[in-house]
Design a binder for this molecule. Structure first.
Ligand code: PMP
Length: 311
């Protein structure tokens, strides 16, 4: 069965869904997107979409700032997405990409307000984004994370991602797996598509959103389970770059990256360079949770009856 997407108000085969080259969002990044995971549970043969409502709440917040008006509520966006995933029938992990964009076919820097808006959502089979066992080699980027005075960094605005992609490119070309961006004051902000946590002195520490980090849904999930399931103290505070070198553990969190261990930063080993015990504990619980295996957190999962047509 060919992948089904929702585009221009209806479900259609992926091959039929396209936009014109004059589309405003293509030229200026005037779009807001999300990354949502559908996690395949091989035991009960269902897909579990994780915290879909929170993703759509964040998308709609971005739409407000970008003056993208959609004819759908957050609940309707969730329903469209669930139906699409059902129609695709993937019996494997998937990544769901909704995008709300300025679809007006006009090439000019204009007042956003009256420009036409559209919404599309698609799903692709998607395994691990980064290695979940071998700890990542990270570097501090020479690019700084965008400030709210430039483009709001708390929202997933497409144009903002040029910043992440420049940092990722620089890191990979220099032989690293991932970049860590600092903000204008030199404090650690986050990865290119992940939030960052450091375990140090018995506490889990993550930069506050005020240091230009995206308020990540995985960040929130991991903070919750660290506190409530493992009794850890979770602190939001500035992290100077060099403090990372002294951490007992560092890991990255994100919908795509799940919970990815960091083994070194700027060629300084983090402890022995392997995944640490706190990271492993959190990662194990997180994987069970996102596959609908932890009854206490099942309310975060939308179960989709997949028809097993395209394993
Ligand atoms: N930071 C950035 C820049 C991101 O793109 C993402 C991915 N959405 C994250 C952090 C992690 O956010 P979440 O856990 O909500 O996926």
């Amino acid at each position: 069965m060919p992948p089904v997407v929702f585009h221009k108000g209806k479900f259609m085969p992926l091959a039929d869904a396209s936009v014109g080259i004059m589309t405003h969002a293509l030229h200026y990044g005037t779009a807001v997107f999300e990354g949502i995971r559908g996690n395949w549970n091989a035991e009960d043969e269902h897909t579990y979409i994780f915290r879909m409502r929170e993703h759509y709440d964040r998308l709609l917040a971005g739409c407000k700032v970008m003056r993208i008006r959609l004819p759908y509520s957050a609940q309707e966006l969730c329903d469209i997405t669930t139906q699409m995933v059902e129609k695709c029938g993937y019996a494997q992990d998937i990544y769901i990409r909704p995008i709300a964009y300025k679809s007006e076919e006009r090439v000019a820097i204009l007042n956003l307000d009256p420009l036409a808006s559209s919404f599309s959502v698609l799903a692709i089979p998607f395994g691990a984004y980064m290695d979940l066992e071998a700890a990542a080699r990270c570097c501090t980027s020479s690019w700084r994370r965008m400030e709210d005075t430039m483009i709001p960094p708390y929202l997933k605005i497409s144009g903002l991602y040029v910043n992440s992609i420049l940092a990722k490119t620089e890191a990979v070309l220099a032989g690293f797996d991932e970049a860590i961006l600092l903000n204008q004051h030199g404090y650690v902000s986050e990865g290119t598509g992940e939030n960052l946590f450091m375990y140090r002195g018995g506490k889990l520490i993550t930069p506050p959103v005020e240091d230009n980090a995206l308020p990540g849904i995985t960040r929130n999930t991991v903070s919750d389970i660290a506190r409530n399931e493992f009794g850890l103290q979770v602190v939001e505070r500035h992290i100077p770059r060099s403090e990372l070198y002294l951490a007992d553990e560092v890991f990255l969190t994100g919908t795509a990256a799940h919970l990815t261990p960091v083994g070194s930063v700027d060629n300084h080993l983090i402890s022995d360079g392997n995944m640490g015990p706190i990271t492993r504990q959190l990662q194990t619980m997180y994987f069970d949770m996102v596959r609908g295996k932890v009854p206490k957190y099942i309310h975060w999962c939308t179960q989709v009856a997949t028809k097993l047509v395209s394993a």
